[in-house]
Design a protein around this ligand. Structure first.
Ligand code: SF4
Ligand code: SF4
Length: 340
């Protein structure tokens, strides 16, 4: 290989890797859109969310998403529980407060189980049980969760029908009339977002209001949010704005403020929908370090290819040796099978 060809080969290798993992500056162009507009997405600033659920309602109304259960969950004000086939926006309520008062000592020989303690501290696991403020006050964390429209979207990579596709805006959309209900996308999503509807098995999730974007409008949830907790716009602009907002909050003494999903170097190449959080991601029910589940596919196929080639080589060698042995043996035998 000449010195001129080497960089091209490296570029090609890099491009092939970019399809499944690593930094990817222009997913829409790589998906085949020749002249895509700027990539757009969501920046959800949870520090100003008031938990009104206008985003959930607007999403359901615009996209005609069916109701997802009308029972009271008993988990704070959260009755939708999580994202799913019929919940494309989900407002999480995390209650953080001082530890529950110590239980009276258990009678001799019995173990007191901490059931009341677990129930009091809401929906998001042990981390939420930590006292959040110096004076021991209670606080609420509210966050409107959604599909992350990953730069490397494993749901899309594994879809055999092309139902999931990358739009010209860089978002990930599932087409309900093409989905065959195979369900491959469900375990592929590292965030547990996409889900099959039990009635017919087809998969559904947020489309980032593809129809509205195509008409030059913003998504319904962002339009309805009264506090601008959900901000929509060009991704680069949103990342810059988010960086400034984190700086502002930290300067104001909000130590826990951090961004989640904004980094193009992370395990999914950065999210198209990223967040400003006030505590660890696990507190909100988000995975701390998500990785695109198809990242290792090229290496797996390479290993499988090498194994198949070695197997073929062994077969070929054994046949050749057999044939050679047969030829040598027949050369030594006479017409009636006797030795010459
Ligand atoms: S969050 Fe899950 S469903 Fe959404 S684009 Fe990423 S992999 Fe697909
Ligand atoms: S509409 Fe805005 S403020 Fe209301 S719950 Fe949704 S994100 Fe929070």
């Amino acid at each position: 290989m000449t010195g001129t060809h080497a960089p091209q080969a490296v570029d090609a290798l890099r491009a092939a890797q970019n399809l499944l993992s690593g930094p990817e500056p222009d997913p829409a162009r790589d998906a085949g859109h020749p002249d895509p507009p700027e990539r757009v997405g969501f920046f959800t600033d949870t520090s100003v969310c008031i938990g009104c659920k206008a985003c959930e309602v607007a999403c359901k109304e615009w996209n005609a998403v069916p109701e997802d259960g009308l029972t009271l969950s008993g988990m704070s004000y959260d009755n939708t529980g999580g994202l799913g086939a019929s919940t494309w926006r989900h407002v999480a309520f995390v209650e953080q407060g001082p530890p529950a008062p110590a239980s009276p000592p258990a009678p001799d020989g019995r173990t007191e189980l901490p059931l009341a303690d677990a129930a009091q501290h809401g929906t998001a696991g042990a981390a939420a049980a930590e006292p959040p403020t110096a004076d021991g006050d209670m606080r609420w964390l509210m966050s409107s969760d959604v599909c992350k429209h990953c730069t490397h979207a494993a749901c899309l990579d594994v879809c055999p029908t092309g139902s999931l596709f990358r739009t010209e805006f860089g978002t990930v959309v599932v087409q309900e009339d093409i989905c065959n209900g195979c369900g491959y996308c469900v375990p592929a999503c590292p965030y547990g977002v996409i889900e099959q509807r039990p009635s017919d098995g087809r998969a559904f999730k947020c489309t980032l209001c593809y129809d509205r974007l195509s008409a030059g409008q913003e998504p319904a949830c962002a339009k309805a949010c009264p506090t601008q907790s959900i901000q929509f716009g060009p991704l680069d602009e949103l990342r810059e704005r988010a960086g400034q907002r984190v700086g502002q909050l930290r300067a104001a003494g909000v130590e826990g403020a951090r961004l989640y999903g904004h980094d193009p170097e992370d395990g999914v190449g950065g999210d198209g929908a990223f967040f400003l959080l006030l505590d660890e991601p696990e507190v909100y029910g988000l995975p701390p370090d998500p990785v695109v589940t198809t990242r290792d596919l090229p290496a797996m196929w390479r290993h499988a290819g090498v194994a198949a080639l070695s197997l073929l080589g062994s077969f070929a060698l054994s046949f050749t040796l057999d044939a050679l042995a047969g030829r040598t043996g027949s050369g030594r035998r006479g017409p009636r099978g006797g030795r010459r």
